[in-house]
Design a protein around this ligand. Structure first.
Ligand SMILES: [Zn+2]
Length: 354
């Protein structure tokens, strides 16, 4: 679909029935094209991209620039394939996201160990974790990891049904590492980098100045609320606080339309941001109430709150980790607001209402 002259919205398939596709955006240029996000690292996804580019009169070798909103498999996954097709293609992302990849994804074993200790500290029984490892379920590159990467408490991720395993390379260092506010200019297009931490620490939105278009990646989606988690490697940070500031940040732009990575175009970005802020206000109340009159672990709180994807106890271990991270991002914000208290002791963290 052509959004404005020379800018096209495509669709490449994912492996989840609930999130069936991701939308790459194609900018036409003088001697090739640039993309904002590409898609999963599956042959189905790269075939779909190839077919849709052909309709526009291009081949994958014409991709000069690949801008990535964030380092999740449905956004970064195809980067390796794109670089094979077009070796001179520049990979572009925020410097902060690349730092996150270096810190977290390039040391999978270290991260998994840290994450396991964190699960136990927040109430998940060690036997459950051991069992998940025995089934190969806890590795960051397991198919289940792809499924849960996007959907949050209001999300639509379908859980562990993936039969196909998308490839994913985290070791491609971007040629261009952007800073917040930096303007990327090419072929008459002018895009301003908007750092929007929350869904990931270095999530990138891009503001196109001429037509007042905001490319929102997974930061703002029209129906789904993105997962905002506090994970093992993020102790001391508050991703939900970051996310709320990032919503306000994009809402403050004068935007004609927002172009997200999933679902469909958002006509009123300000209104959608307001709805998302409201959703998290409700969720904060629900999380606080779920603590009850005694103390509770983050796991117990997660068992008591409502999830669109079913009860917590039915989740596989990867979804539990994701849900626990989401509960903790809310508890952390409540703690900062003085509404809950963290009680540490005996290798375990519990929470009480303040
Ligand atoms: Zn996504």
């Amino acid at each position: 679909m052509e959004i404005v002259r020379g800018l096209h919205q495509l669709k490449t398939p994912m492996t989840s029935p609930a999130l069936p596709y991701i939308m790459p955006y194609v900018f036409e240029g003088n001697d090739g094209i640039s993309l904002f996000d590409a898609g999963y690292g599956t042959p189905e996804a790269s075939d779909a991209l190839t077919r849709q580019l052909a309709v526009l009169g291009y081949e994958p070798k014409h991709i000069r620039r690949l801008i990535i909103s964030h380092a999740h498999p449905d956004h970064l996954g195809m980067a390796g394939w794109v670089k094979e097709q077009s070796p001179d293609c520049e990979l572009v992302m925020l410097a902060r996201e690349w730092q996150w990849i270096v810190d977290r994804w390039l040391d999978n074993d270290g991260w998994t160990k840290l994450s396991d200790q964190w699960l136990v500290r927040h109430g998940v029984p060690q036997e459950e974790i051991d069992e998940a490892h025995a089934q190969g379920n806890l590795a960051p590159n397991s198919p289940n990891a792809k499924q849960a990467a996007t959907g949050g408490s209001n999300g639509k991720d379908a859980g562990a049904s993936a039969a196909r395993r998308p490839s994913m390379r985290f070791d491609i260092e971007p040629e261009v590492k952007l800073e917040d506010g930096e303007v990327l200019e090419f072929d008459g297009w002018s895009l301003r980098a908007v750092w929007t931490p929350g869904h990931t620490p270095g999530h990138l939105c891009m503001y196109e100045t001429k037509h007042r278009l905001m490319f929102t990646g997974d930061h703002v989606l029209p129906h789904i609320s993105p997962n905002v988690s506090l994970h093992a490697d993020q102790e001391g940070t508050s991703p939900l606080s970051d996310f709320r500031h990032s919503l306000q940040k994009v809402a403050d732009f004068d935007t004609a339309a927002a172009l997200p990575a999933h679902e469909f175009t958002i006509p009123d970005l300000k209104q959608r941001c307001a709805v998302l802020l409201h959703h998290h206000d409700d969720r904060l109340e629900e999380v606080r109430d779920a603590i009850g009159d005694d103390t509770a672990s983050a796991r117990e709180v997660s068992q008591r709150v409502k999830w669109n994807t079913g009860p917590f106890d039915d989740f596989n271990i990867f979804m539990k980790r994701s849900a626990l991270g989401e509960t903790l991002s809310h508890l952390r914000l409540l703690e900062d607001e003085g509404r809950v208290r963290r009680i540490e002791g005996d290798g375990a963290v519990r929470w009480s209402k303040a």
